[in-house]
Design a protein around this ligand. Sequence first.
Ligand code: FMN
Length: 149
Amino acid sequence: MTKNVYILYISLSGNTHNFVQRLTNHLKEQGIIVHSLNVKDNFNFRKLEHPFITILPAFLDGGNGRQNGCHEILSPILSHWLGYADNYHRCYGIIGSGNRNFNRQFALTAKQYARRFKFPYLTDFELRGSEQDVQRIANLIVEKSTEAE
Ligand SMILES: Cc1cc2nc3c(=O)[nH]c(=O)nc-3n(C[C@H](O)[C@H](O)[C@H](O)COP(=O)(O)O)c2cc1C
């Protein structure tokens, strides 16, 4: 039987989209079909029927990620998707991304979502991710999706 994997993500400037495309191609070689949804500017909220994974790059206001710079900007639409029809109940983990130049703020938004929605923070990658990241995260998603089925 064909295995399917579902990914909810947001990509504003294309890095995460590029990563998801490479991940999709990599998993396709293993006979796994990826169904992904980029929620950038997508206000057509709906119930997500299948268990899914979320990928979220960080967009925070200026600061250090401790006393300040903890406030999400640009990506709150993803939290609306997760809240809609209790979609977050079917999310079995979140993967963060960002730019390591942001130091403590690196991938912080996904960590905040994990605490807020109570799903596990699985791992992270930087910008478009390396080929090693694609392989590593593909393996992780296969493992976690199998557990969630
Ligand atoms: C306004 C703005 C704020 C950002 N804030 C953070 C941040 O707090 N932490 C971080 O790791 N990366 C931060 N980034 C970097 C993005 O997360 C990174 O470029 C990511 O790959 C963007 O994904 P996308 O191209 O799929 O939209 C920020 C980028 C912008 C434009």
